[in-house]
Write a protein that binds this ligand. Structure first.
Ligand code: SF4
Length: 447
C-alpha cells in the first residue's frame, strides 16, 4: 500500500457518526497519539516524516491516519475529546495535526489537490448552512469558502496569475515574514503561497473546532461518562509519559512496579497519592477511604495484586505509630494484619476484581477527589482543593519545592486551577529527583 499517496487532506470539520466498541475507540486514539508524537519528534523535516510513514510499524497502523477512512476521523476526534480540557495536550494536538496536514498537502499532485479543494468547498458550504457553529469557527469556514470560491472562478487561468484575498489575520505567518502585500487589512497571496495558506486555515479550523467542542452542550455528558473518562485519562497518561521521555531522553526504562520500589517512585506520584503514601509510611495505617483510594491508584499504575497484598501486609503488620495511643483514633483503625489479614486480603483482591462481583474498579478521578475532602475529614482527597492554605504550603516545602514554585502553585490554587497546580508540582518533582536518578517516573494524573 502506498501510504503517502493515501494521505489526503481533511479538515476534520464534522465529527463522525455511528457506534464503535469502546476498546477500539481507545485503541484508535492510542495509535494516532503515538504516531503524532513520533511525527513531532521528526522536527518537521519532509525526509524524516517520509521515512517515518514508511516504517513497517507505522504502515501496520496506518488505517487510523489515512484520510478517507472512518478510522482517521474517529481517531482524530478521540484525541480532540481527550485533550479538550488539557492545555498541554491540546496545544500538542494542534501542532501535530497541522504538521501532518502540511505533509499531506506537500505529497499531492496538482490534480489531486484540485479534487480535494472541490471536496473542501462542498464540506464548508454544507457545514455553514446546516450546523450551529461558534462565531470563530463560522468566520474561519466562511473565509475558507470565500477563498475557494475565488479559486473555482479563476482556476482555468494560468495558476501563476492567481491572487487570493484573505483577511490579514489568516495570513499572519506571511505578514510576520513580510512575504505578502497588505491593503486595508486584506492580504494578497500568490498561488505559490497557497499550500502554506491551507496549513494556516487548517490550524485555525482545528483551534476553532476545539472551542466549538468546549462550548457544546453534550461535552458535559460525555465527560461525565465513566467509560469515556477512563479512556481520556489513559490517553492523557500516554501523552504525559511520552512527553517526559522526549524531554528526558537519557532516562532509563522504569523497572516493573513492586512493593519494594514504591518508595522511590512515590516522589513522582501526584500530591494526593504521595501524601497518602507518607501518612501510611509514618503511621502504618490509613483510614478506610484513603486506603481504597491508594490501593486503586497503585493498581492503576501497575502494581500486581500479589505485590499489593505484600505491600499492605508489611505496613499493617507494624503497630500504628505516632508516638502515643491517639494514633489509633487518628486512623480510626486498631486492626492488625495478624488478626484481620483475611479481611484485608479480601478487600485488596476485591478492588483488583478478583473477588465478589469481580468488577474492574479504576482509580478515583480528580473531580471525585477534589470534592471528597470538603465533605469528610478522611485521609484522602485532593490536597490542592481541600487542604488548608498553610498546611498545603508546609507539605510542599517539606517535599523540597522552591519558594517560587510554591508561590506559583498557591496562585493556581487561588484560581481553582487544581490541575494546573498538580502539573506544576509534578514537574518540580521531576526536576528535583531526576538530577539524582536516571529513573523514568510513572506520572499519573487522575482526570
Ligand atoms: S489534581 Fe488530581 S491528581 Fe492532582 S493532587 Fe488533585 S486529585 Fe490528585
Amino acid at each position: 500500500m502506498d501510504v503517502i499517496k493515501l494521505m489526503k487532506m481533511t479538515f476534520y470539520i464534522k465529527p463522525p457518526r455511528g457506534s464503535i466498541p469502546l476498546e477500539q475507540f481507545q485503541e484508535l486514539g492510542r495509535k494516532r497519539l503515538q504516531f503524532l508524537q513520533k511525527l513531532v519528534s521528526t522536527g518537521g523535516s519532509f525526509d524524516r516524516i517520509k521515512s517515518l510513514v514508511e516504517e513497517a510499524s507505522v504502515v501496520e497502523d496506518s488505517d487510523c491516519f489515512i484520510d478517507g477512512t472512518m478510522k482517521d476521523r474517529i481517531s482524530h476526534f478521540v484525541l480532540r475529546l481527550a485533550s479538550v480540557n488539557n492545555r498541554a495536550m491540546h496545544s500538542f494536538l494542534i501542532q501535530a495535526e497541522s504538521l501532518l496536514f502540511s505533509f499531506r498537502v506537500s505529497c499531492h499532485t496538482l490534480d489531486e489537490k484540485q479534487r480535494m479543494l472541490q471536496d473542501l468547498y462542498r464540506h464548508t458550504t454544507t457545514t455553514l448552512s446546516e450546523r450551529f457553529l461558534t462565531s470563530d469557527l463560522n468566520n474561519v469556514l466562511a473565509t475558507i469558502r470565500s477563498v475557494l470560491k475565488q479559486y473555482r472562478k479563476e482556476r482555468h487561468k494560468n495558476l501563476l496569475d492567481l491572487v487570493f484575498q484573505v483577511p490579514f489575520y489568516c495570513a499572519l505567518d506571511f505578514v510576520r515574514n513580510r512575504e505578502v502585500e497588505l491593503q486595508n487589512g486584506v492580504a494578497y497571496l500568490q498561488w505559490s503561497q497557497f499550500d502554506k495558506l491551507l496549513v494556516s486555515f487548517f490550524e485555525m479550523t482545528i483551534t476553532s473546532g476545539f472551542e466549538q467542542m468546549a462550548s457544546s452542550a453534550c461535552l458535559f455528558h460525555l465527560q461525565e461518562d465513566l467509560r469515556l473518562k477512563r479512556v481520556c485519562r489513559r490517553l492523557q497518561n500516554i501523552f504525559l509519559q511520552n512527553s517526559y521521555k522526549k524531554e528526558y531522553p537519557l532516562a532509563g526504562p522504569r523497572s516493573p512496579l513492586t512493593q519494594s520500589n514504591i518508595d522511590d517512585l512515590s516522589h513522582y506520584f501526584p500530591l494526593c497519592m504521595n501524601h497518602l503514601h507518607s501518612l501510611l509510611r509514618r503511621h502504618h495505617r490509613l483510614r478506610h477511604t484513603g486506603r481504597i483510594q491508594y490501593t486503586l491508584y497503585l493498581k492503576e499504575i501497575g502494581l500486581p495484586v500479589e505485590e499489593a497484598i505484600k505491600f499492605w501486609e508489611k505496613e499493617y503488620s507494624q503497630p500504628p505509630t505516632c508516638g502515643h495511643s491517639s494514633s489509633l483514633s487518628r486512623t480510626g483503625c486498631s486492626h492488625e494484619w495478624s488478626k484481620d489479614h483475611r479481611r484485608y486480603v479480601y478487600n485488596v483482591r476485591h478492588l483488583y476484581g478478583c473477588e465478589g462481583g469481580r468488577k474492574d474498579y479504576s482509580a478515583h478521578c480528580c473531580g471525585a477527589l477534589q470534592t471528597r475532602l470538603v465533605a469528610t475529614s478522611d485521609d484522602g482527597g485532593c490536597p490542592f482543593a481541600g487542604f488548608d492554605k498553610s498546611y498545603l504550603r508546609s507539605i510542599l516545602l517539606q517535599r523540597g519545592l522552591k519558594e517560587q514554585d510554591v508561590g506559583e502553585i498557591e496562585s493556581l490554587v487561588a484560581k481553582e486551577d487544581f490541575r494546573g497546580a498538580c502539573i506544576k508540582y509534578f514537574w518540580s518533582q521531576v526536576e528535583r529527583y531526576n538530577k539524582k536518578e536516571k529513573e523514568r517516573p510513572c506520572p499519573m494524573l487522575l482526570d
